[in-house]
Ligand binder design. Structure first.
Ligand SMILES: Nc1ncnc2c1ncn2[C@@H]1O[C@H](COP(=O)(O)OP(=O)(O)OP(=O)(O)O)[C@@H](O)[C@H]1O
Ligand SMILES: [Mg+2]
Length: 474
């Protein structure tokens, strides 16, 4: 490709092509190719500084291999963000020299989360907050709003603020200040003047992130990058950005609800699928330490409601499911599911029809998870089945009952992971009966917790145990 030849770059995977394609030949995404110019300049590696290992300050030199036994070990010193929820999602705190990408929908509270964390971090170490999207005044206004009345100045002395979009100036400031933690809000708003493409384009995001990463590893500085999310909910910018960083966190939430969920989708220093729960208040984000209360309806007994214990990472969550089954007036019945995959609902309805003889194909079925939570794990199947059957038969599940189990296509109840943890959480919140898969081996645990354990091998047996009546009997 010549210097001035236009070319196309995929915004999803970073693949380049001279020809325009509606579908990226690299990753198969549709409409992701965007015209770029001057690939020679875009592809040039300007700051050719080799990336030393984390903690190595000896500068560029030829490196030799060494036996793994002789590699020195340093205990991981983690920095606390002041939010135990965020620390847990990070695997125990922020690791010096690591790169963390925080993605989320516009206005979800990414800047708020990081500015509040900056306050706690700045009490222990130096922090630089680079605002590439908002002016210093705007950040200061938010800082004031987030300040609790009881709080004094801590954090204020250790926190430096820079409102700048030029990558070169940001790098200079980082090199001069050598902060322990730097926050870049956002990586899409940074701009490398040496590249011709617009801020936010694939080459800009890639180059800016790579340059910041080289500096972060060299200075052993923890870097928190804010990333935008595209319409489809993917992190904007090339996929290489996700490969480059050590951890990818997503901040999500229902626009109409005040709670926000923070998840780790990738973490080189801890487990993924950990969940942090926050609530957006006028004075910023507050942690929700008992999220089960958020996802339990609390409206009292109601036909078609069932409680499950979902597990997000190592955290069990009690969640209410609601089903509404009503006679259809359509040729093909309507099925909608909020918070659970629609295919999963179809499958559960088919199992109930086949193995319990319920004529559900003549009924519309609506299913919703309380609190806007997304439940992906199959352990929710038995709860979905119970909610559907309870609504169909207009039955109320006895109070204090939880259901946990995966539904096989043959109508059998399969075992699920972390059952003991789930039972402990149910007991802690005052639940007294648990319907679980057969041979759980947890009878002694349940007895100690004061839970009545109802073990079932098949869906019919489980629902009879849960409802106290046979729902397939006319
Ligand atoms: N004065 C205020 N009082 C109460 N809540 C506010 C106030 N200002 C902002 N918020 C809350 O903060 C949210 C915006 O937070 P924030 O700016 O941190 O989001 P963001 O994810 O960084 O957004 P962007 O993608 O635009 O950078 C708003 O959606 C609102 O819920
Ligand atoms: Mg912001």
């Amino acid at each position: 490709m010549g210097r001035s030849t236009p070319f196309y770059a995929c915004q999803s995977c970073g693949a380049q092509s001279r020809q325009f394609f509606g579908r990226c030949p690299g990753c198969g995404s549709w409409n992701s190719l965007v015209e770029q110019s001057n690939p020679a300049a875009d592809g040039r590696r300007r700051r050719a500084v080799p990336v030393p290992a984390v903690g190595d300050h000896s500068g560029p030199r030829a490196r030799r291999s060494e036996p793994i036994q002789s590699v020195g070990e340093r205990p991981l010193q983690r920095l606390s963000s002041g939010f135990p929820e965020l620390d847990r999602v990070l695997g125990g705190g922020l690791v010096p020299g690591s790169l963390v990408l925080v993605g989320g929908d516009p206005g979800i509270g990414k800047s708020t989360l990081l500015l509040q964390s900056a306050r706690a971090l700045a009490a222990d170490c130096s922090v630089l907050y680079v605002s590439a999207e908002e002016s210093a005044q705007q950040v200061k206004l938010r800082w004031r709003r987030l300040q609790q009345p009881a709080e004094g100045g801590p954090g204020e002395e250790g926190l430096q603020l820079l409102a700048e979009t030029d990558l070169e100036l940001v790098l200079q400031e980082l090199e001069a200040l050598r902060p322990a933690v730097a926050i870049i809000d956002s990586i899409q708003a940074l701009h490398d003047a040496e590249l011709n493409s617009a801020p936010g384009s694939v080459s800009q995001v890639r180059e800016c992130a790579a340059a910041l990463q080289r500096l972060a590893k060299r200075q052993d500085m923890a870097l928190l990058l804010v990333g935008h999310v595209t319409k489809e909910g993917m992190l904007a910018g090339p996929k290489v950005l996700e490969h480059l960083v050590d951890a990818v966190l997503t901040f999500e939430g229902d626009r109409f609800a005040s709670h926000r969920l923070l998840r780790a989708v990738k973490n080189r220093f801890g487990a993924t699928h950990e969940l942090g729960v926050f609530e957006m208040r006028d004075r910023g984000l507050a942690e929700v330490t008992n999220p089960s209360e958020l996802f339990l309806g609390g409206e009292g007994p109601c036909a078609g409601t069932a409680t499950i214990v979902a597990c997000e990472g190592t955290r069990p969550l009690l969640v209410d499911l609601q089903a509404l089954v009503s006679t259809t007036s359509y040729a093909s019945p309507r099925r909608t599911a909020t918070g659970i995959g629609i295919n999963r609902l179809h499958q559960i309805l088919a199992v109930l029809e086949k193995h319990m003889g319920l004529p559900l194909s003549r009924f519309d079925c609506y299913l919703a998870v309380a609190g806007g939570l997304e439940v992906e794990e199959p352990a929710a199947d038995l709860g979905v089945a119970a909610a559907v059957v309870a609504s169909y038969r207009d039955l109320i599940l006895p109070a204090g009952t939880v259901l946990v189990g995966e539904l096989g296509l043959g109508g059998q109840i399969r075992s699920v992971a972390q059952l003991e943890l789930r039972l402990q959480e149910a007991a802690r919140l005052g639940f007294r009966r648990a319907v679980v898969p057969r041979s759980s081996g947890l009878a002694p645990v349940a007895a100690a917790l004061g839970l009545e354990l109802l073990e079932a091998g098949g869906v019919a047996e489980a629902l009879v145990a849960a409802l106290g009546v046979d729902p397939s009997a006319d």
